[in-house]
Design a binder for this molecule. Structure first.
Ligand code: FNR
Length: 382
């Protein structure tokens, strides 16, 4: 029986997925210190219990960029989501849609933009990487706009890919990766059948559409690896603005000075993120970085945060530390891998329930009430 989004679905996903895919999802960069700290530091943010305040009416909803959200959560962009469940982007987007929160499609999705948007009623968000191939960026931006995507999440913390040693061990990358992955897929026939990607070139949606032909996973990884662009700078924002006039959210901010620059360069929001501990190991956890960033930019633009959020209590903690909303990555993908869209719906309802308990016992009736008064002061908790 699954009762926890973080541990139970993770365990179930590990059983179901071939190792190369589970570890690609679960792992982080280098020695994985930051990956661990994201979860640990957040768990140590001490909530302040308050009682006897008539909490019979609670409202977990919020408004973000003019959109109504049932809880202040957005599904984060996760590359290759369609490898975890058949047409996984559609399943996750539909679950988010039915629940009442946005889904963010990664630039490097399995399903193309146009396959997902007609199947959901609320607009999808779209995530963009800066790649050397500016033609690809322009192509996906124009298509995201045409498909009615409502917000652009511009990821800036991947000018180079972080070294993920687990991927080399597990067969996602490294020597003979193709054959190791093929062998693992054969040993996980149910996954291979369910996902429908096994044994033939994977058609990797947005990139295939751009290149005008199917692209296999190995060719895709080669294309992507050669395309990360370390020359990325704030000036690229101006170029993107030519093709995107909706809300733009800069994802991958970890420093207050960078947050101030984001405000200066006209971003509508930021995501305080270390990419789920997948880029530079040794950087601050987001729970530690967030309060300084919130202090630096006050209410100038919206502050989203991710990395390490595993349950509804964590959502309340992040809001109390200064965020307007949170993104979740692994927490929903573990469930997608285990039980498809139903799993994602289940996780969202678990998060909502857990949030309601945390709000009741910290005496926060509405999202706007969640602030540092819901936390034990750092002096007391250290
Ligand atoms: C990611 N993330 C990510 N981010 C992004 O901007 N574009 C992408 O394509 C991906 N791909 C991706 C794949 C996988 C397998 C993971 C786990 C993560 C990062 C993601 O959006 C988010 O920042 C983290 O997942 C947040 O951390 P948690 O919630 O997973 O701890």
């Amino acid at each position: 029986m699954i009762i926890s989004a973080s541990t139970d679905y993770r365990r179930a996903a590990q059983k179901r997925l071939p190792p190369f895919l589970f570890h690609y999802l679960d792992g982080g960069a280098y020695a994985e210190h930051t990956l661990l700290k994201n979860v640990e530091d957040l768990a140590q943010v001490a909530l302040k219990q308050r009682v006897l305040r008539d909490m019979s009416t609670l409202d977990t909803s919020t408004t973000l960029f003019g959109e109504q959200l049932r809880i202040p959560v957005i599904l984060a962009p996760v590359g290759l989501t369609g490898m975890y469940a058949r047409r996984g982007e559609i399943q996750a987007a539909q679950a988010a849609d039915q629940f009442g929160i946005p889904f963010t499609m990664s630039s490097v999705s399995v399903c193309p933009i146009e396959e997902v948007t007609p199947r959901i009623s609320r607009p999808m968000w779209f995530q963009l990487y800066v790649l050397k191939d500016r033609g690809f960026m322009k192509n996906v931006l124009e298509r995201a706009k045409a498909a009615g995507c409502s917000a652009l999440v511009f990821t800036v913390d991947m000018p180079v890919p972080g070294a993920r040693y687990r991927d080399a061990h597990s067969g996602m990358s490294g020597p003979y990766a193709k054959w190791r992955r093929y062998l693992q897929a054969c040993l996980h026939p149910r996954w291979a059948w369910d996902v429908g990607l096994h044994g033939r070139p994977h058609d990797l949606g947005n990139i295939s559409r751009y290149l005008g032909q199917p692209i296999a996973l190995d060719d895709y990884m080669g294309w992507l690896g050669a395309n990360f662009d370390p020359s990325i700078s704030w000036q690229d924002l101006e170029w993107i603005r030519e093709f995107w006039d909706g809300p733009m959210i800069i994802k991958g901010i970890l420093d207050p000075e960078d947050a101030k620059d984001a405000v200066r360069f006209g971003a509508d929001g930021i995501v305080v993120s270390n990419h789920g501990g997948r880029q530079l190991d040794g950087v601050l956890s987001t729970a530690k970085a967030l309060p300084y960033i919130a202090e630096a930019i006050q209410n100038d633009i919206k502050i989203l945060v991710d990395s390490g959020v595993r349950n509804g209590l964590d959502i309340v903690r992040m809001l109390a530390l200064g965020a307007d909303a949170v993104m979740i990555g692994r927490a929903y993908i573990y469930a997608l891998a285990t039980a498809g869209g139903k799993g994602v719906s289940h996780v969202l309802s678990l998060l909502e329930k857990e949030m309601r308990v945390a709000m009741t016992l910290t005496a926060a009736q509405r999202i706007a009430d969640i602030d540092t008064s819901c936390l034990i002061s750092s002096l007391q908790s250290s």
